[in-house]
Design a protein around this ligand. Structure first.
Ligand code: ADP
Ligand code: MG
Length: 238
């Protein structure tokens, strides 16, 4: 579960076409990284996949089912944003449980799922704390916990580490890779950081001005960039 297929997906804001017709297949369980400069359409792509932004043309399929008209919660997708807001007056436990409360999940199930998420994210010892008592990395993990507690088939991450310092970013990169190894969900991860792309991705999608320039494994893009733009972006000077 968790195969994603985009066919002719297009986004216009008024007269401006910011995502040109795009085809892309992401296989179940893949860790795919979208890279590209600021303004190239990474967030818009994610938001369309999540159902937070209407698409202007084309179809999005999840496991062979067209989801164009499905609300975000009906798509089996969770998204983690760059700036995440935790509820300061709630415990870590309640912050993670929040999406399940909204979905009126039975109490016993909430308990099980929050404990499972906390274990994966190594937050077991922090469940009773308020967010204010946590480090930046722990707070970011709580935000991720809130996404994984719904146990979605597809996770979307929009530059989730860009507010963290370099040491924490490195640590979180390792943790996210481990998380993917454990959960085996399909993950799409947006970054403008080449190192993140090269170290985390099964497959990299390079975007430029609303077009996909190239799709490939980190090694393919490094050794056979289609053009100078891709080469430059992937960090290969040749
Ligand atoms: P990225 O995430 O790669 O930085 P975005 O997806 O945020 O890029 O933006 C892609 C393009 O779409 C940009 O030119 C941006 O200005 C434009 N854009 C994004 N959201 C809107 C909006 N709500 N209305 C108008 N233009 C938008
Ligand atoms: Mg963005």
């Amino acid at each position: 579960m968790g195969q994603l297929k985009l066919s002719g997906v297009t986004k216009r804001f008024g007269k401006a076409e910011v995502i040109h017709p795009t085809d892309l297949v992401i296989e179940e369980g893949e860790f795919v990284v979208f890279v590209g400069p600021s303004g190239c359409g990474k967030s818009t792509m994610l938001r369309m996949i999540a159902g937070l932004e209407e698409i202007s043309a084309g179809t999005i399929e999840i496991d062979g089912r067209v989801v164009n008209n499905l609300a975000p919660v009906e798509r089996g997708i969770s998204m983690v944003f760059q700036s995440y807001a935790l509820y300061p007056h709630m415990s870590v436990y309640e912050n993670i449980a929040f999406p399940l409360r909204v979905a009126r999940t039975p109490q016993a199930e909430v308990e099980t799922r929050v404990r499972r998420a906390a274990e994966v994210l190594k937050l077991q010892e922090r469940l009773k704390h308020r967010p204010g008592a946590l480090s930046g990395g722990q707070r970011q993990r709580v935000a991720i916990g809130r996404a994984i507690v719904r146990e979605p088939q597809v996770f979307l991450f929009d530059e989730p580490l860009s507010n963290l310092d370099a040491a924490l970013r490195a640590e979180m990169r390792v943790e996210l890779s481990r998380l993917h190894g454990q959960l085996k969900n399909t993950m799409i991860y947006v970054t403008h950081d080449q190192i993140e792309a090269m170290t985390m991705a099964d497959k990299i999608v390079v975007l430029r001005d609303g077009n996909i320039e190239q799709v490939g494994t980190p090694l393919e893009l490094y050794h056979k960039p289609r053009n100078r733009f891709v080469a430059g972006f992937i960090g290969n000077p040749t």
